[in-house]
Design a binder for this molecule. Sequence first.
Ligand code: SAM
Ligand code: SF4
Length: 346
Amino acid sequence: MTPYDDSPAQAPAQTPTPLVDAFGRTVRYLRVSVTDRCDLRCTYCMAERMVFLPKAEVLTLEELDRIASAFVGLGTRKLRLTGGEPLVRKGFLDLVRSLSRHLTTGALDEITLTTNGTRLAEFAQGLAEAGVKRINVSMDTLDPEVFRRLTRGGDVAKVIAGIEAAQAAGLSVKINAVALKNDNAAGLPGMIEWAHARGLDMTLIEAMPMGEIDEDRTDQFLSLAEVRRELASYWTLEDLPLNTGGPARYVRVAETGGRLGFITPLSHNFCEACNRVRLTCTGTLHTCLGREDASDLRAVIRAGGSDADLIDAIRLAIDAKPQGHDFHIGRGEAPSVARHMSTTGG
Ligand code: SAM
Ligand code: SF4
């Protein structure tokens, strides 16, 4: 039984030819943005006044399931659900429960999500029961005032309560923080200690030039090469071979005993090993985070396309996956890509 009215298709039982792009990279990781909406307005992610999509343009849960399942049928092993804020999408848990059938069959290794954590206290148990084992929680600062300013009104206490609920439900939690020169840089070492003391991994992310925001990104951009040098001046950072299937490189901080990741699209390009593509909530497939390439899978399914048509459209898009991004941050420059991270699905 699935929670939907109609039973969504199972991933095909036969082993299909995997999705390999023109540069020999096999795509096994799909990120799905389930909504462009969010209850926060992080300054580096969104403009203060965002225009959100009309409902008719957004894929239904069944459509999201159908496309994600087509990917699973083509060898995708990992699904990350994101947004916008995934936990504000109505029926989100139904989607997770339904997709978890691919965990049961062994077609999928993992369903995970990236969330801002504000509603996690409410959802943690349900997520764990639906087969989610690990989640990423985005939290850029522990300071309630800085958090309120950075998110334009958010309450960090709710996020911390959400993290605690997730841990109590048995979920493994990683904290993601975007490093921002003027906003949270000074607080990062304290946050790393806080996270490691609670058994949480932590990953730092460089701000990427995606979408128009209300500030100049040169004021915010902080190279993680610089942050790493500074941390290494008082901590021992031991390189780890850990690969979680994403773009982070990990170290163990000897003094805290915890793991720290660095996602450095600007100071160190990671495209050569890219195994990921992204589906927006409108069914647009972006095969590169930092390029304007786009394939409209919604058009295929809403025109009545068969599963074979959908698979053809996916393969065509993967064939054209760009070699790498072209991120660049300069004063007064337009963003490298026009769409916001909240549209693409970070
Ligand atoms: N709302 C959820 C959250 O915040 O975790 C999921 C979506 S959010 C777009 C996913 C991740 O993208 C978050 O960790 C956020 O900090 C990050 N992000 C958003 N805009 C970014 C940007 N311009 N550069 C780098 N990371 C960004
Ligand atoms: Fe919302 Fe996440 Fe973007 Fe912040 S980073 S505005 S929480 S989508």
